[in-house]
Design a protein around this ligand. Structure first.
Ligand code: ZN
Length: 113
């Protein structure tokens, strides 16, 4: 399930939004103050959407995430790490922490963001 993260421009808090379909528009509203001035963040779990899109473009049914994928916690956040490395950018601390947490078994739905 694609997860979108937005940072509120008013109170600077981060909110996560889930959508059942990658084609479904997200209308983010701050969960803390209700502001609609939300800035899209790169999610530690955004690779869900990327892989699903690749499947869609290649004609295969979207079958992601799979239980097998998450049975190997080393896969969690790998794409994000590689993306940052490719651009020679240091991973932001907030994303680093989420990846580490996920690898220790804390899945995104349990994150208090
Ligand atoms: Zn806010």
């Amino acid at each position: 399930m694609p997860i979108y993260e937005y940072r509120c421009q008013e109170c600077n808090r981060t909110s996560s939004f889930f959508t059942r379909s990658i084609s479904q528009a997200v209308e983010p509203v701050c969960s803390s103050c209700g502001s609609q001035r939300m800035e899209r963040l790169m999610s530690a779990f955004a690779h869900h959407k990327t892989v699903a899109q690749v499947h869609e473009e290649s004609g295969s049914p979207p079958a992601f995430p799979t239980p097998d994928y998450y049975s190997d916690p080393r896969n969690i956040g790998r794409h994000v790490e590689e993306t940052f490395q490719k651009h020679d950018v240091e991973l932001p601390q907030s994303i680093r922490e989420k990846i580490d947490a996920a690898r220790q078994g804390v899945m995104p739905k349990e994150l208090d963001v």
